[in-house]
Each structure stands twice: as structure tokens, then as C-alpha cells.
Ligand binder design. Structure first.
Ligand code: SAM
Length: 294
């Protein structure tokens, strides 16, 4: 019978026995609540035909539940010191592979091709390390992975950004990247008290269902994202000022103003008021200007 790593007592015991010290710099806040672990797995809708990538298995608490619900789990962990603990906590599961390394530096398409069947649709499930939540989400969304959905624990403040609409304080480039590629929803909010050690903020479990078709059509995705990043570079500046400071030489000022007018977008607006459709229109219309530049 496998020992669950889901209560504070057992987590402390395993950590102590292996003389493991939790590293704040690696976002090591272990989840010690069986109900929340079960809720995360339930939100991922897994069956024995599901293929899962977990990021940061830690001591293996979520991994155990995932292994019981899915066909195969590949867990990516940066901290090699967790090897002995994971060997112990996952010893009864023959459908789990742990790969040690930094998920941000990993070739994920290659890893997925090596570990899962060719037509596998992958679900990412994780209690994400807080210090790299945004880069991990952006990598998952833009690496062209065969993803079905992403179910992850993030800080509450990041969860709010994912669902934000134009004009809201938390609306930014992450909101747009997520909403362009996925349908986001908040599964549950989670108090800070269920983690060891307790972080300074509350969390939320979010679910991103990857859309079969992107929300808007753009011909040059990297340029679309460049425009979005430039528009949010300085939130107090107008859209026009941001575009001119970040992307276009002074000589193109008139041309950029003409494009904004054609696109029906007031140059005095701030980037944070633009919808995804407006960003798509803007990037389609501004694209020819960059071609003329080269
Ligand atoms: N899944 C465990 C749980 O729920 O208790 C641990 C979650 S803890 C919030 C985040 C985990 O991610 C830690 O085990 C940490 O070592 C790992 N981690 C941090 N940065 C990482 C990175 N860049 N790549 C892979 N794993 C990382």
C-alpha cells in the first residue's frame, strides 16, 4: 500500500528522514491537503487514456494521484536533491517517469515525442513554482505542444490576470496570450495555509482549455506578440508613444498614425484598453510598415 504524501505530518516526516531542506528560491511550497490534491486531479478530467506532464513534482504528492488517474505521467523536476524522495514515494507506480532539469530550458516537443504516442493529446497538471509561473505558462502556450488543457495552481493574482478584460488593472500581455490560445477558468481559490511552508499570498487552481482555433486570425504571430508587448511596455504611456518608443523609428510616425486611423484605433488610447481583436487588426495593419523598413 502506497503511503500518501498529502498531509503535513507525512510531508514533514519524509523531508526530515531524507534530510531535505525546502528551497524558497525554487518556489518549494509543498501542497499538504488531500482534498485540494483530489480537486486538482478531478479538474483535469483524466482517464486511463490520458497523458500528463507534471511540472515540479516536489515530494510526489500530486504525482501519486495523477499516476492513479492517468495512463502515463512524465514529471519534470529541477531539483536533483529530490531524487531519493521521489524514488521512495513513487516506487509503486510503473507509469511515472521523472526527468530532472529546468522546464524552461527543456525541449518539450522532443520530450513529448519521446515519452508519449504520436497522436497523444497532453494535459499539463502542476502546482507551479511561483517565481516562474508566467514564463512557464507562456512557454507551454507558445511552444506548439499537442496540449488538451493546462490545470495548474498559481498565485491568485496571476489567476486574475488570466481572466481579465480590457481596462481592468490585471489585464496585460499574459491575459491576451492566454485568451488568444485558450479558454481560461478559475477552478477554485486556495488559502495559503495549506502549503508547507506558507507563501505570502493566496493561490488559485486555474484551467486553460486549449482552443481548437485561436481566438483571432493573425498572419504573423511573433509580430502580433511584439505589438502587444510594446503596447504594455509603459502602462502610463499612450499606445502611440509605446509603439514609437519600442518598435518604430521616428520617421515612421505619420505612417503609424495613418495605420491607427485606418484601423479605427485612437492613438491616444492606452494599450490596456485594446481588445484582442483590436490588437490583431493593429498587427495586421502595421506589418507592412516593418517590411518597408528592411
Ligand atoms: N508538486 C509538489 C506539491 O504540490 O507539493 C511541489 C510543488 S512546488 C510549488 C514547485 C516545484 O517545482 C518544486 O518541487 C520545485 O523544485 C520545482 N521547480 C522549481 N522551478 C522549476 C523549474 N524551472 N523546472 C522544473 N521544476 C521546477
Amino acid at each position: 500500500m502506497t503511503k500518501r504524501i498529502s498531509s503535513p505530518g507525512v510531508i514533514h516526516q519524509v523531508i526530515r528522514r531524507h534530510r531535505f531542506t525546502l528551497k524558497k528560491s525554487l518556489g518549494q511550497n509543498f501542497l499538504a491537503d488531500e482534498n485540494i490534491l483530489k480537486n486538482i486531479v478531478q479538474a483535469a478530467n483524466l482517464t486511463r487514456d490520458s497523458y500528463v506532464v507534471e511540472i515540479g513534482p516536489g515530494a510526489g504528492s500530486l504525482t501519486q494521484y495523477l499516476a492513479e488517474a492517468a495512463g502515463k505521467v512524465v514529471a519534470v523536476e529541477i531539483d536533483g536533491r529530490l531524487k531519493a524522495i521521489l524514488e521512495e514515494t513513487l516506487q509503486n507506480y510503473d507509469n511515472v517517469v521523472v526527468r530532472f532539469g529546468d522546464v524552461l530550458k527543456m525541449d518539450l516537443p522532443k520530450m513529448i515525442a519521446e515519452e508519449f504516442p504520436a497522436d497523444a493529446a497532453v494535459t499539463v497538471v502542476a502546482n507551479l513554482p511561483y517565481y516562474v509561473t508566467t514564463p512557464i505558462l507562456l512557454k507551454l502556450l507558445t511552444d506548439h505542444l499537442p496540449l488538451r488543457s493546462i490545470v495548474v495552481m498559481v498565485q491568485k493574482e496571476v489567476a486574475d490576470r488570466l481572466e481579465a478584460s480590457p481596462g481592468q488593472k490585471s489585464y496585460g500581455s499574459l491575459s491576451i496570450a492566454v485568451q488568444y490560445l485558450a479558454d481560461p477558468s478559475i477552478v477554485m481559490t486556495v488559502p495559503r495555509t495549506v502549503f508547507i511552508p506558507q507563501p505570502n499570498v493566496d493561490s488559485a487552481v486555474i484551467r486553460l482549455d486549449i482552443r481548437p482555433e485561436k481566438r483571432v486570425a493573425v498572419t504573423d504571430e511573433p509580430f502580433f506578440f511584439q505589438i502587444i508587448r510594446a503596447s504594455f511596455a509603459h502602462r502610463r504611456k499612450t499606445l502611440m508613444n509605446n509603439l514609437m518608443h519600442q518598435l518604430f523609428p521616428k520617421e515612421q510616425k505619420e505612417a503609424v498614425l495613418d495605420v491607427l486611423e485606418q484601423a479605427g484605433i485612437d492613438p491616444g488610447r492606452r494599450g490596456e484598453t485594446l481588445t484582442i481583436d483590436e490588437f490583431a487588426r493593429l498587427s495586421e495593419n502595421l506589418k507592412p510598415l516593418t517590411a518597408a523598413d528592411h
